[in-house]
Design a protein around this ligand. Structure first.
Ligand code: ZN
Length: 204
């Protein structure tokens, strides 16, 4: 943080501001404000925050099958025998899994690709967990693949890409019914809308 004379007040303050500004949606101004907020915060609260960050980095991993977040090598959904392992719902983010699980209308499993194909942002298929999806549908007997990307251009393009690579391997490829708010994110859709979209899914 620079004072009016242009000198650095404290390297640790600057360091925290720099780290905070790496978070999505946090610009330099907000990062400074958050830094001052943390300086004034009671010590135990601030330390609880830093401990929580440390704990997620130490404990949280990605499931080796579906890439959802988990504390185990294989997540509870992939290792649950009462889930239909032959139906895979492909989603962009772990938050989408949580949103779909809240509806309680899907008893299959998931595959989290961690993003969408986005040439503008330099993200190609090789940056996503698509290859492991292809391997999964090739090696296991999959009855249905549900492509539940967000209903926007990038989501559509990503669905199309996956469809083209899997349509010869999987008999049934579907996607949630229209009715999801166009351009909206899956994770923000309410449970009833999401549940209806999923139950009324249509062949791709
Ligand atoms: Zn899993």
């Amino acid at each position: 943080m620079i004072n009016s004379h242009g000198t650095n007040l404290s390297p640790v303050v600057t360091q925290l501001t720099d780290e905070l500004s790496k978070l999505p949606g946090i610009g330099p101004k907000t990062a400074q404000r958050l830094t001052y907020f943390l300086i004034r915060m009671p010590e135990n609260n601030a330390l609880a925050l830093s401990e929580a960050i440390k704990a997620i980095k130490e404990k949280i991993k990605f499931c080796s099958i579906c890439h959802n977040i988990t504390e185990q090598e294989i997540c509870e959904l992939c290792s649950n025998p009462s889930r239909d392992q032959s139906r895979i719902c492909v989603v962009e983010e772990p938050l989408d899994v949580m949103a779909l699980e809240r509806t309680r209308s899907f008893n299959g499993v998931y595959h989290v690709i961690h993003g969408v194909i986005s040439p503008l942002n330099g993200i190609g298929p090789e940056d996503l967990k698509i290859q492991s999806l292809i391997k999964r549908v090739t090696e296991e007997s999959i009855e249905e693949l549900i492509l539940a990307m967000n209903p926007n251009l990038e989501g559509e393009a990503t669905s199309m890409y996956i469809h083209n690579l899997t349509s010869d391997i999987v008999a049934k490829i579907t996607r949630p019914a229209r009715g999801l708010p166009a351009g909206g994110d899956l994770e923000y859709a309410d449970e009833i809308t999401l549940s209806r979209a999923l139950e009324g899914r249509q062949e791709f």
